[in-house]
Design a protein around this ligand. Structure first.
Ligand code: C2E
Ligand code: MG
Ligand code: MG
Ligand code: MG
Length: 285
């Protein structure tokens, strides 16, 4: 009996696994098609200077726009794109598109200082990463100081001479480096000292509880202070309430990103809400 149940269980899982594998294959094929047909687009989320309430920069966030009109969030396709390697062409498209858009804003004299782009570890590990980034900057005409690359803590843990060399080279090119989701990985404070990082993005999970939980707010206050000592910009992610904003401001955090200020927006909407109003007399291209 146990054996029969075991067999059934086995068959059940096996079928479920087959279905799952089929779904993955279908998603992978759809991703490839989507890349060919350029079904991806970028949304831009404002990063706001708390003291002046003005726009500091934006983070480019990819969306997949299916032919039926559905907008798929990155959580549903980035992991598979990373596994299959499709993140390489996708990430390159994202970088080119973000640089192109930013250069257009810069050329029109709009008040925006930088665009932040997420770089996956797999992209980072490409041997010709620097040449690729250089080529995109040359092609789009964007000056490197307008670009910030967001990397994760796990990438820094690689602990290889190659990671050091690449980060140094990016910094030497004049590109800014941000550490994303700070505090969620196995961070080591030595990384902050060792690598040329400009911005530390405090993960949303800390911000979520700062108004209610003294431990969280103490951690956040300590990280902000640490960042100040290390001469890094601290950016708080996922700021949703005015209370959180107040606590962050009180603790010396300068820049925030979150739904309180704006959701990620299509380029035209970002222009209408954040760039035109502040620009005054905008030079027409
Ligand atoms: P991330 O880089 O940490 O981006 C921030 C995410 O938090 C975005 O989700 C953003 O919409 C969301 N968010 C911003 N403010 C708030 C808030 O106040 N409350 C809440 N609950 N969420 C907020 P999104 O756009 O769904 O992106 C999710 C993740 O997907 C990103 O996390 C990033 O890791 C990845 N991703 C997005 N675009 C790209 C890309 O072009 N390349 C790579 N490699 N990864 C990307
Ligand atoms: Mg990010
Ligand atoms: Mg983040
Ligand atoms: Mg995050």
């Amino acid at each position: 009996q146990a054996k029969a149940a075991g067999r059934h269980t086995f068959r059940f899982y096996s079928e479920a696994q087959t279905r799952q594998a089929d779904a993955r294959l279908a998603l992978e094929a759809a991703l490839r098609r989507g890349l060919e047909k350029e079904e991806f687009l970028l949304y831009y989320q404002p990063q706001v200077d708390l003291r002046t309430a003005s726009l500091e920069g934006v983070e480019a966030l990819v969306r997949w726009s299916l032919p039926g009109g559905e907008l798929v969030p990155p959580a549903r396709f980035i992991p598979l794109a990373e596994e299959t390697g499709l993140i390489l062409p996708l990430g390159e498209w994202v970088l080119r598109q973000a640089c192109r858009q930013m250069q257009q804003w810069v050329a029109r004299g709009l008040p925006i200082r930088r665009v932040a782009v997420n770089l996956s570890s797999r992209q980072f590990r490409q041997a010709d990463l620097l040449q690729r980034i250089n080529a995109i900057l040359a092609e789009t005409g964007l000056a490197p100081r307008y670009l910030e690359l967001e990397i994760t803590e796990s990438l820094l843990m690689d602990n290889s001479a190659q990671v050091d060399a690449k980060l140094e080279a990016l910094e030497a090119m004049g590109i800014r480096l941000a550490i994303d989701d700070f505090g969620t990985g196995y961070s080591s404070l030595s990384y902050l000292k060792r690598f040329p990082l400009h911005t530390l993005k405090l993960d949303r999970s800390f911000i979520r509880d700062i108004a209610d939980d003294p431990v969280s707010s103490n951690i956040v206050a300590s990280i902000i202070e640490l960042g100040q000592h290390l001469d890094m910009d601290i950016l708080a992610e996922g700021v949703e309430t005015d209370q959180q904003r107040g606590i962050l401001l009180q603790n010396g955090c300068r820049t925030c990103q979150g739904y309180l200020f704006s959701h990620p927006l299509p380029a035209e909407e970002l222009e209408a809400r954040w760039l035109r109003a502040a620009a005054g007399h905008e030079a027409r291209p």
